[in-house]
Write a protein that binds this ligand. Structure first.
Ligand code: ZN
Length: 582
């Protein structure tokens, strides 16, 4: 994705209003100069979530989250920073120029508008009293209610060869435009519809915009399932089917169920199992796994119980494990798809299947042992070798070791030998990479209370104060590296006569929510001070004194260690005295 220029990000920031934005999601109560609300990010009975409209930031005193308008959208709607910026840009009426290499913004928008029109066209055809009757009956027979069909915006393509081409012409849309959208195919005697007499499943992006379609044939037409080709707005490995419909349920359950087909997805949703998506027939990709990680901690793979499903599961496991997600595998009876389970035994049936899903190790051992007899030593080793590549991808070292123990125990192999084998299959880059670093402690715990903290707080509160440090205190004199980094960001983004703002600094820290929360925490701290200018001067004096002391101690140490020669010693002494005099 092309980088969005900072000037545009700042322009959006200056036009958006955080109180207005947040009040679209939840009621805000005015409390003095600020607003208060029950925090949407943690459970609480008394409001500790505050919105500071002057500074255009929010902060929760309960759970410590904080940030600006972009951070709010990122955390509340689980958007990436560019997605949040684009969404707000739409809201405040600013257009973001796309990089010259990609499709121009206008082209992109036109394509999306066309997909939306096509979706409405298909939806209308499905609801036609006569024309849509057979398709509606088919949906009902497969266990999809009309409510669910509407929620997923299912539709029907025309039975003829030129239904869409003709309908589009009437609205001034050319066949060439439809071709760019992947909806029609050029033929010898003109363009014809790609999707004919098919039940249409619109593929939507995170924001619910239609970017492609999957069509299920309603006659003997092959292939049974036909998908949109890649277009400027749709690339296969990057999207999944059903995400906007499932997003909230996934985030609430912290779990996502992956199924193979469109029907599995809508039938399960119809039965009330809403945290379900489909990776669009193709095997799961790394990008899809990362996308899911934004919403879920655990993935349940519920692929069909056939050879293709097993292969998809085995491929999927490694990707999902690598993305750092927990994986469970649903065990479906042979030859039975998830939507069959719902039709045969209802919601309770599929819930039981999901609840009884097993962990990766159990699954891999099971598949491995079905493939190789463990009655022989060679067989046992083969099973271990089958399981180990996945274990090697587990990011957590402790978990890896535990898995080795279980594999060795189950197969009655020597644990050290299994560990040795594991070391061999480990991907090369994983060897060089250090073990995952422990998470930094919460901002408030890691920053000692004191002058450095207050100084940074007062500068973030009024960034123009940074100039007052000149000649008195260098940024290196601030010993806390986190605070020092915030101060240097303020410096980098202020120009003479035009200081930055806390909300702008938060934008620059979009990928580091902990830092953004530290900014809002410090701004909140500054609000507790009544005489800010006096407090600021006090901080500068104290910090200057301690910086001087550190310098003196250093010189003292050097002198004690002995100078290189007499001249050097004289120089150190002179320096010492100059500093001492202040
Ligand atoms: Zn909170």
């Amino acid at each position: 994705m092309p980088l969005i220029p900072e000037s545009i990000i700042d322009e959006i920031l200056s036009r958006a209003d955080i109180a207005e934005l947040i009040s679209r999601y939840m009621p805000l109560r005015r409390a003095g100069r600020h607003f208060k609300a029950l925090c949407p990010f943690h459970k609480e009975r008394t409001p500790s979530f505050t919105v500071n409209a002057d500074k255009q930031i929010f902060h929760c005193f309960g759970c410590g989250v904080g940030g600006n308008v972009f951070s709010f959208l990122m955390q509340h709607d689980r958007l990436t920073f560019p997605e949040a910026v684009r969404q707000l840009a739409d809201h405040v009426g600013i257009s973001i120029p796309e990089a010259a290499a990609g499709a121009s913004s206008g082209e992109h928008e036109r394509l999306l508008a066309l997909m939306e029109k096509a979706c409405i066209y298909f939806e209308r055809r499905l609801s036609e009293p006569q024309g849509g009757r057979a398709a509606r009956a088919y949906l009902q027979q497969r266990g999809v209610s009309s409510d669910t069909a509407k929620r997923f915006r299912l539709g029907l393509s025309s039975t003829g060869w030129r239904g869409l081409v003709t309908a589009a012409k009437a609205t001034q849309v050319s066949p060439e435009q439809l071709e760019a959208a992947g909806l029609v195919v050029p033929g010898k005697s003109g363009h014809y519809d790609r999707f004919r007499n098919r039940l249409m499943f619109p593929i939507q992006d995170v924001r619910g915009r239609v970017i492609g379609f999957g069509g299920r044939s309603l006659d003997a037409q092959e292939p049974k399932y036909l998908n949109s080709p890649e277009t400027a707005v749709y690339s296969k490995g990057r999207h999944v089917f059903g995400l906007p419909q499932a997003r909230e349920a996934i985030a609430a359950a912290k779990t996502v169920v992956l199924v193979e087909g469109y029907f599995d997805c809508v039938v399960l949703a119809d039965a009330g199992i809403r945290h379900v998506i489909s990776p669009l027939g193709t095997a799961l990709t790394t990008e899809q796994a990362r996308l899911l990680k934004r919403y879920a901690e655990t993935v349940i793979l519920a692929f069909d119980a056939d050879a293709a499903g097993e292969a998809a599961t085995l491929r999927g496991i490694d990707l999902v494990v690598e993305a750092g997600l927990q994986v469970r595998i649903a065990q479906l009876p042979k030859g039975v798809d998830p939507d069959d389970v719902v039709r045969n035994s209802g919601r309770a049936g599929i819930e039981a299947v999901l609840q009884q899903s097993i962990g990766i190790l159990e699954y891999l051992l099971q598949v491995g042992m079905a493939r190789h007899p463990v009655s022989t030593a060679e067989g046992k080793v083969r099973v271990a070798r089958f399981v180990l590549p996945t274990i090697a991808k587990v990011p957590d070292a402790m978990l890896r070791r535990e898995y080795v123990r279980i594999v060795a125990g189950t197969l009655r192999l020597d644990e050290a030998a299994v560990a040795e084998e594991l070391a061999k299959v480990q991907p090369r880059d994983a060897v060089a990479r250090p073990e995952k670093m422990p998470r930094a402690p919460a901002a408030s715990a890691s920053v000692p209370p004191g002058s450095e903290r207050m100084l940074t707080a007062l500068i973030l509160d009024e960034p123009a104060r940074l100039g007052a440090l000149q000649g008195r205190l260098a940024l290196e004199d601030v010993t806390d590296v986190r605070l020092q980094r915030l101060l240097s960001l303020v410096g980098e983004h202020s120009t003479p006569g035009q200081a930055t703002s806390a909300a702008q600094i938060v934008s620059r820290l979009a990928d580091e929510p902990d830092y953004a929360a530290l900014v809002t925490e410090l701004v909140a701290l500054a609000q507790t001070v009544s005489a800010k200018d006096a407090a600021f001067e006090d901080c500068v004096r104290r910090l200057r004194r301690s910086a001087t002391q550190r310098q003196l101690a250093k010189l003292h140490h050097q002198l004690e260690q002995g100078a290189k020669d007499e001249q050097h010693e004289r120089k150190l002494l002179a320096e010492y005295q100059t500093i001492q005099r202040g």
